[in-house]
Design a protein around this ligand. Structure first.
Ligand SMILES: [Zn+2]
Length: 222
């Protein structure tokens, strides 16, 4: 009897362990999108608040900042926010990358409209966001960059306003961020870009410290 009891207990534990592992694998792969979730509020072009209060930050993209207490809106911030509002008005389905939360505890997601439009990519397509590489959620980065390039080639949104000769900047290929030359001592792997345009075209994003307002930065005349 005693032996039988232990075996049953072991079997139960094994079943629990397997179920948890299967669940973890599923959420990591992000194969199962959520049901349609209602959106309560849209603060900007790369974030939404769900009806239950969850803040969702879009994976792989960054959008101009809307006005905060001590700063005014960046160019195209209101356009980005309205475009996002329009896209998510009927609710969203979420898919996840390997990392579920960022350091502000926001949920990181690939966001789809109720009828299947990939919102992260659509914001890029409209030229109202740019690619932002953040490991480990990088599995769809190449796809997103291809969409950004299309918007750049067509001069959509922010790309119409970007001076193609603005620069130079230095890229760190590990972080995929570009900096003002004086803010980054190039290592041997650094990428030297003649222009901000070229850095964006290769999937680099501006450093938040030295180029927080890259759209309005005054570049030296060449
Ligand atoms: Zn920098």
């Amino acid at each position: 009897m005693a032996v039988c009891f232990i075996r049953k207990k072991q079997a139960l534990w094994l079943a629990v362990v397997f179920a948890l592992a299967a669940l973890a694998a599923l959420s990591q792969a992000g194969v199962e999108p959520t049901p349609v979730l209602k959106v309560r509020y849209v603060p900007d072009g790369d974030t939404i608040m769900l009806r239950d209060g969850t803040l969702v930050r879009y994976i792989g993209v960054d959008s101009p900042e809307t006005a905060k207490k001590y700063s005014s809106s960046q160019p195209f911030a209101q356009k980005a926010r309205s475009a996002n509002q329009k896209l998510v008005k009927n609710g969203v389905r979420l898919e996840y990358g390997p990392e579920l939360l960022d350091h502000y505890e926001r949920t990181l997601a690939y966001v789809y409209t109720d009828d299947g439009v990939f919102v992260n990519a659509q914001m890029l397509r409209l030229g109202l966001a740019w690619c932002l590489f953040v490991a480990p959620n990088t599995d769809r980065f190449d796809k997103l960059l291809a969409v950004q390039r299309l918007a750049m080639d067509e001069g959509q949104g922010i790309w119409a306003n970007l001076d193609k000769s603005a620069g130079p900047v230095v890229g760190n290929p590990r972080s995929m961020r570009f900096h003002l030359p004086e803010h980054y001592a190039p290592t041997k792997n650094a990428r030297l870009f003649n222009s901000v345009w070229d850095a964006f075209y290769d999937g680099y994003a501006p450093c938040a410290t030295c180029l927080p307002d890259w759209q309005t930065t005054k570049w030296p005349k060449k």
